[in-house]
Design a protein around this ligand. Structure first.
Ligand code: RIB
Length: 314
Protein backbone atom coordinates (compact mmCIF):
# COMPACT_ATOMS: atom_id res chain seq x y z
CA UNK A 1 0.00 0.00 0.00
CA UNK A 2 1.25 3.44 -0.90
CA UNK A 3 1.46 6.07 1.88
CA UNK A 4 1.05 9.73 0.93
CA UNK A 5 1.37 13.00 2.88
CA UNK A 6 -0.74 15.74 1.30
CA UNK A 7 0.16 19.32 2.20
CA UNK A 8 -2.33 21.93 1.06
CA UNK A 9 -5.64 23.71 0.96
CA UNK A 10 -9.15 22.85 2.11
CA UNK A 11 -12.11 24.83 0.82
CA UNK A 12 -15.86 24.72 0.67
CA UNK A 13 -16.86 25.10 -2.98
CA UNK A 14 -19.95 27.17 -3.83
CA UNK A 15 -20.84 26.09 -7.35
CA UNK A 16 -23.27 27.63 -9.86
CA UNK A 17 -23.92 26.30 -13.35
CA UNK A 18 -24.14 29.07 -15.96
CA UNK A 19 -24.37 29.46 -19.74
CA UNK A 20 -21.14 31.49 -19.64
CA UNK A 21 -18.81 33.15 -17.10
CA UNK A 22 -19.73 36.74 -16.23
CA UNK A 23 -17.67 39.46 -17.92
CA UNK A 24 -16.66 42.57 -15.94
CA UNK A 25 -19.77 44.24 -14.43
CA UNK A 26 -22.07 41.63 -15.99
CA UNK A 27 -24.78 39.69 -14.13
CA UNK A 28 -25.53 36.26 -15.54
CA UNK A 29 -28.64 34.25 -14.62
CA UNK A 30 -27.31 30.81 -13.90
CA UNK A 31 -28.81 27.42 -13.12
CA UNK A 32 -28.44 24.97 -10.23
CA UNK A 33 -26.44 25.86 -7.12
CA UNK A 34 -24.57 23.36 -4.98
CA UNK A 35 -22.08 23.25 -2.11
CA UNK A 36 -19.38 20.62 -1.72
CA UNK A 37 -16.04 19.99 -0.10
CA UNK A 38 -13.05 21.07 -2.17
CA UNK A 39 -9.65 22.72 -2.09
CA UNK A 40 -6.81 21.17 -4.03
CA UNK A 41 -5.19 19.64 -0.95
CA UNK A 42 -8.33 18.07 0.45
CA UNK A 43 -9.44 16.83 -3.00
CA UNK A 44 -6.11 15.06 -3.38
CA UNK A 45 -6.18 13.67 0.17
CA UNK A 46 -9.68 12.29 -0.40
CA UNK A 47 -8.76 10.78 -3.77
CA UNK A 48 -5.62 9.15 -2.35
CA UNK A 49 -7.74 7.48 0.37
CA UNK A 50 -10.42 6.36 -2.14
CA UNK A 51 -7.67 4.81 -4.27
CA UNK A 52 -6.81 2.54 -1.31
CA UNK A 53 -3.65 4.32 -0.16
CA UNK A 54 -2.86 5.68 3.31
CA UNK A 55 -3.57 9.42 3.21
CA UNK A 56 -2.33 12.09 5.65
CA UNK A 57 -3.79 15.63 5.35
CA UNK A 58 -1.60 18.54 6.51
CA UNK A 59 -3.47 21.85 6.31
CA UNK A 60 -5.60 24.44 8.12
CA UNK A 61 -9.33 25.08 8.46
CA UNK A 62 -11.21 27.68 10.51
CA UNK A 63 -13.10 26.87 13.73
CA UNK A 64 -16.45 26.99 11.87
CA UNK A 65 -19.11 24.76 10.30
CA UNK A 66 -17.29 24.61 6.95
CA UNK A 67 -14.10 23.44 8.66
CA UNK A 68 -15.96 20.83 10.71
CA UNK A 69 -17.73 19.54 7.59
CA UNK A 70 -14.47 19.14 5.67
CA UNK A 71 -12.77 17.39 8.56
CA UNK A 72 -15.64 14.94 9.03
CA UNK A 73 -15.85 14.06 5.31
CA UNK A 74 -12.11 13.38 5.18
CA UNK A 75 -12.17 11.26 8.34
CA UNK A 76 -15.23 9.28 7.10
CA UNK A 77 -13.25 8.47 3.97
CA UNK A 78 -10.25 7.24 5.95
CA UNK A 79 -7.97 10.29 5.71
CA UNK A 80 -5.72 10.82 8.75
CA UNK A 81 -6.44 14.38 9.97
CA UNK A 82 -4.20 14.34 13.05
CA UNK A 83 -2.11 17.14 11.45
CA UNK A 84 -5.07 19.22 10.29
CA UNK A 85 -5.04 22.47 12.29
CA UNK A 86 -8.28 24.16 13.38
CA UNK A 87 -7.47 27.90 13.59
CA UNK A 88 -9.63 30.50 15.33
CA UNK A 89 -7.94 33.46 13.59
CA UNK A 90 -9.46 32.87 10.14
CA UNK A 91 -12.45 31.34 8.39
CA UNK A 92 -12.23 28.13 6.36
CA UNK A 93 -11.23 28.71 2.72
CA UNK A 94 -14.05 29.21 0.22
CA UNK A 95 -14.08 28.83 -3.57
CA UNK A 96 -16.72 30.43 -5.80
CA UNK A 97 -16.97 28.30 -8.93
CA UNK A 98 -18.87 28.89 -12.17
CA UNK A 99 -19.33 25.74 -14.28
CA UNK A 100 -20.38 26.35 -17.87
CA UNK A 101 -22.45 23.93 -19.97
CA UNK A 102 -19.31 22.40 -21.54
CA UNK A 103 -18.20 21.32 -18.03
CA UNK A 104 -15.40 23.94 -17.68
CA UNK A 105 -14.99 25.40 -14.19
CA UNK A 106 -13.70 28.93 -13.43
CA UNK A 107 -12.80 29.64 -9.83
CA UNK A 108 -12.07 32.43 -7.36
CA UNK A 109 -10.64 31.35 -3.99
CA UNK A 110 -10.74 33.14 -0.65
CA UNK A 111 -7.80 31.46 1.09
CA UNK A 112 -8.86 32.11 4.68
CA UNK A 113 -7.20 29.66 7.07
CA UNK A 114 -5.18 28.10 4.22
CA UNK A 115 -2.89 31.14 4.35
CA UNK A 116 -1.97 30.24 7.97
CA UNK A 117 -0.26 26.99 7.02
CA UNK A 118 3.34 27.86 7.94
CA UNK A 119 6.81 26.37 8.13
CA UNK A 120 6.25 25.33 11.74
CA UNK A 121 3.38 23.11 10.59
CA UNK A 122 5.83 21.49 8.17
CA UNK A 123 8.43 20.90 10.90
CA UNK A 124 5.70 19.46 13.15
CA UNK A 125 4.79 16.99 10.40
CA UNK A 126 8.28 15.48 10.07
CA UNK A 127 7.12 12.13 11.47
CA UNK A 128 4.36 11.99 8.82
CA UNK A 129 6.87 12.53 6.01
CA UNK A 130 9.12 9.88 7.56
CA UNK A 131 6.40 7.26 7.37
CA UNK A 132 5.20 8.28 3.85
CA UNK A 133 6.65 7.13 0.54
CA UNK A 134 5.34 10.21 -1.32
CA UNK A 135 4.40 13.82 -0.55
CA UNK A 136 1.96 15.82 -2.65
CA UNK A 137 1.81 19.65 -2.77
CA UNK A 138 -0.16 22.31 -4.69
CA UNK A 139 0.10 26.13 -4.76
CA UNK A 140 -2.92 27.27 -2.75
CA UNK A 141 -0.63 27.44 0.31
CA UNK A 142 2.05 30.07 1.04
CA UNK A 143 5.13 29.56 -1.24
CA UNK A 144 7.55 29.51 1.73
CA UNK A 145 5.54 26.68 3.30
CA UNK A 146 5.47 24.69 0.06
CA UNK A 147 9.23 25.16 -0.38
CA UNK A 148 9.96 24.09 3.20
CA UNK A 149 7.65 21.10 2.76
CA UNK A 150 9.27 19.98 -0.50
CA UNK A 151 12.71 20.15 1.10
CA UNK A 152 11.77 18.29 4.28
CA UNK A 153 9.83 15.64 2.36
CA UNK A 154 12.84 15.05 0.10
CA UNK A 155 15.19 14.86 3.12
CA UNK A 156 12.99 12.25 4.80
CA UNK A 157 13.04 10.08 1.68
CA UNK A 158 9.65 10.87 0.11
CA UNK A 159 9.13 11.14 -3.63
CA UNK A 160 7.86 14.73 -4.04
CA UNK A 161 4.98 15.81 -6.31
CA UNK A 162 3.96 19.41 -6.98
CA UNK A 163 0.74 20.28 -8.78
CA UNK A 164 1.64 23.84 -9.85
CA UNK A 165 -1.86 25.31 -9.72
CA UNK A 166 -2.52 28.20 -9.44
CA UNK A 167 0.95 29.02 -10.82
CA UNK A 168 3.07 31.58 -8.97
CA UNK A 169 6.78 32.15 -8.68
CA UNK A 170 8.73 29.73 -6.54
CA UNK A 171 12.15 30.35 -4.97
CA UNK A 172 14.89 28.92 -7.24
CA UNK A 173 15.94 26.34 -4.62
CA UNK A 174 12.43 24.80 -4.56
CA UNK A 175 12.79 23.34 -8.08
CA UNK A 176 15.59 20.95 -7.09
CA UNK A 177 13.34 19.35 -4.47
CA UNK A 178 10.62 18.39 -6.98
CA UNK A 179 10.61 14.86 -8.39
CA UNK A 180 7.32 15.15 -10.32
CA UNK A 181 5.90 18.51 -11.46
CA UNK A 182 2.37 18.45 -12.87
CA UNK A 183 0.99 21.50 -14.69
CA UNK A 184 -1.10 22.60 -17.65
CA UNK A 185 0.08 24.52 -20.71
CA UNK A 186 -0.92 27.88 -19.20
CA UNK A 187 1.25 27.26 -16.13
CA UNK A 188 4.07 25.95 -18.34
CA UNK A 189 4.13 29.27 -20.27
CA UNK A 190 4.06 31.14 -16.95
CA UNK A 191 7.23 29.39 -15.77
CA UNK A 192 9.12 29.02 -19.04
CA UNK A 193 7.56 31.19 -21.73
CA UNK A 194 9.58 34.42 -21.35
CA UNK A 195 11.48 34.29 -24.64
CA UNK A 196 11.92 36.63 -27.62
CA UNK A 197 10.38 33.93 -29.86
CA UNK A 198 7.33 31.79 -29.04
CA UNK A 199 8.87 28.61 -27.61
CA UNK A 200 7.46 25.16 -28.34
CA UNK A 201 5.98 22.99 -25.62
CA UNK A 202 9.11 20.81 -25.78
CA UNK A 203 11.47 23.81 -25.39
CA UNK A 204 9.53 25.07 -22.39
CA UNK A 205 9.44 21.60 -20.84
CA UNK A 206 13.20 21.06 -21.17
CA UNK A 207 13.76 24.50 -19.60
CA UNK A 208 11.78 23.30 -16.56
CA UNK A 209 13.78 20.06 -16.36
CA UNK A 210 16.97 22.19 -16.42
CA UNK A 211 15.80 23.85 -13.20
CA UNK A 212 16.23 20.50 -11.40
CA UNK A 213 12.80 18.83 -11.75
CA UNK A 214 13.16 15.10 -12.51
CA UNK A 215 9.90 14.51 -14.36
CA UNK A 216 7.41 16.97 -15.86
CA UNK A 217 3.79 16.15 -16.67
CA UNK A 218 2.01 18.63 -18.97
CA UNK A 219 -1.73 17.95 -18.79
CA UNK A 220 -3.72 18.83 -21.92
CA UNK A 221 -7.33 18.05 -20.88
CA UNK A 222 -9.15 16.10 -23.60
CA UNK A 223 -5.90 15.63 -25.57
CA UNK A 224 -4.27 13.66 -22.71
CA UNK A 225 -0.81 15.01 -21.96
CA UNK A 226 2.96 14.77 -22.31
CA UNK A 227 5.51 13.38 -19.87
CA UNK A 228 9.11 14.59 -20.02
CA UNK A 229 11.72 12.68 -18.03
CA UNK A 230 15.25 13.68 -17.09
CA UNK A 231 16.83 10.28 -17.64
CA UNK A 232 18.74 8.50 -20.38
CA UNK A 233 16.84 5.27 -19.67
CA UNK A 234 13.29 6.59 -20.16
CA UNK A 235 11.88 8.38 -23.20
CA UNK A 236 9.41 11.28 -23.15
CA UNK A 237 5.93 10.09 -24.10
CA UNK A 238 2.34 11.12 -24.75
CA UNK A 239 -0.54 9.62 -22.74
CA UNK A 240 -4.13 9.50 -23.96
CA UNK A 241 -7.24 10.94 -22.35
CA UNK A 242 -10.32 8.76 -21.87
CA UNK A 243 -13.35 9.56 -23.98
CA UNK A 244 -16.00 10.67 -21.47
CA UNK A 245 -18.85 13.20 -21.38
CA UNK A 246 -17.59 15.92 -19.04
CA UNK A 247 -20.18 17.60 -16.80
CA UNK A 248 -17.76 19.40 -14.44
CA UNK A 249 -13.96 19.40 -14.57
CA UNK A 250 -13.54 20.85 -11.03
CA UNK A 251 -10.82 18.82 -9.31
CA UNK A 252 -9.88 16.78 -12.41
CA UNK A 253 -6.18 17.60 -12.05
CA UNK A 254 -6.38 16.79 -8.32
CA UNK A 255 -7.74 13.34 -9.14
CA UNK A 256 -5.03 12.92 -11.80
CA UNK A 257 -2.25 13.90 -9.35
CA UNK A 258 -3.57 11.61 -6.62
CA UNK A 259 -3.79 8.71 -9.08
CA UNK A 260 -0.30 9.32 -10.48
CA UNK A 261 1.19 9.50 -6.99
CA UNK A 262 -0.59 6.39 -5.70
CA UNK A 263 0.25 4.38 -8.84
CA UNK A 264 3.96 5.25 -8.72
CA UNK A 265 3.97 4.58 -4.96
CA UNK A 266 2.64 1.08 -5.69
CA UNK A 267 5.53 0.55 -8.10
CA UNK A 268 3.64 0.81 -11.41
CA UNK A 269 5.89 1.70 -14.39
CA UNK A 270 5.46 5.34 -15.38
CA UNK A 271 3.42 4.68 -18.56
CA UNK A 272 0.97 2.54 -16.61
CA UNK A 273 0.86 5.18 -13.83
CA UNK A 274 0.00 7.86 -16.42
CA UNK A 275 -2.85 5.73 -17.78
CA UNK A 276 -4.14 5.09 -14.24
CA UNK A 277 -3.93 8.84 -13.45
CA UNK A 278 -5.67 9.74 -16.71
CA UNK A 279 -8.54 7.40 -15.78
CA UNK A 280 -8.81 9.11 -12.37
CA UNK A 281 -8.95 12.56 -14.00
CA UNK A 282 -11.56 11.44 -16.53
CA UNK A 283 -13.82 9.89 -13.88
CA UNK A 284 -13.77 13.07 -11.82
CA UNK A 285 -15.21 15.00 -14.82
CA UNK A 286 -18.30 12.77 -14.96
CA UNK A 287 -19.79 14.00 -11.65
CA UNK A 288 -20.62 17.46 -10.33
CA UNK A 289 -18.51 18.90 -7.48
CA UNK A 290 -14.95 18.26 -6.35
CA UNK A 291 -15.27 15.93 -3.35
CA UNK A 292 -18.25 14.00 -4.75
CA UNK A 293 -16.32 13.31 -7.97
CA UNK A 294 -13.06 12.01 -6.52
CA UNK A 295 -12.89 8.45 -7.93
CA UNK A 296 -12.93 5.18 -6.02
CA UNK A 297 -10.43 2.45 -6.81
CA UNK A 298 -13.08 0.07 -8.19
CA UNK A 299 -14.32 2.77 -10.61
CA UNK A 300 -10.80 3.28 -11.92
CA UNK A 301 -10.34 -0.48 -12.28
CA UNK A 302 -13.61 -0.71 -14.22
CA UNK A 303 -12.62 2.09 -16.61
CA UNK A 304 -9.24 0.44 -17.18
CA UNK A 305 -10.97 -2.89 -17.81
CA UNK A 306 -9.28 -4.57 -14.86
CA UNK A 307 -10.82 -7.54 -13.08
CA UNK A 308 -11.78 -6.64 -9.52
CA UNK A 309 -10.29 -8.55 -6.60
CA UNK A 310 -13.76 -10.09 -6.04
CA UNK A 311 -13.35 -11.92 -9.37
CA UNK A 312 -10.43 -13.92 -7.97
CA UNK A 313 -10.53 -16.70 -5.44
CA UNK A 314 -8.25 -15.42 -2.69
O1 RIB B 1 -8.74 22.02 -8.00
C1 RIB B 1 -10.08 22.27 -7.73
C2 RIB B 1 -10.23 23.09 -6.49
O2 RIB B 1 -9.69 24.36 -6.72
C3 RIB B 1 -11.64 23.34 -6.06
O3 RIB B 1 -12.15 22.31 -5.25
C4 RIB B 1 -11.56 24.69 -5.38
O4 RIB B 1 -11.73 24.63 -4.00
C5 RIB B 1 -10.19 25.24 -5.75
O5 RIB B 1 -9.33 25.19 -4.70
Amino acid sequence: MSTVAIVGSLNIDLVIRAPHCPKKSETVIGGAFGMAGGGKGSNQALAVARLNAKSYMIGCVGADDFGRHLQSVLIENGVDCSHLQVRKEAATGVAIITVTDDGEASTVVSQGANSLLDEEAIRDSKAIFERSDSALFQLESPPKTVTAGLKLARQTGCKTFLSAEPPFLLPEDAWKSIDYLILNERALSFYAGHKSHKPTLEEMSYEILEKGVKCLVVTQSAKGGMIFIKSDDEEDFHYDAFNIRAVDNTGARDAFCAGFCVALGEGMPIRRAAEFASACGALSCTKIGAHPSMPWRHEVGALLGEASEDDYEL
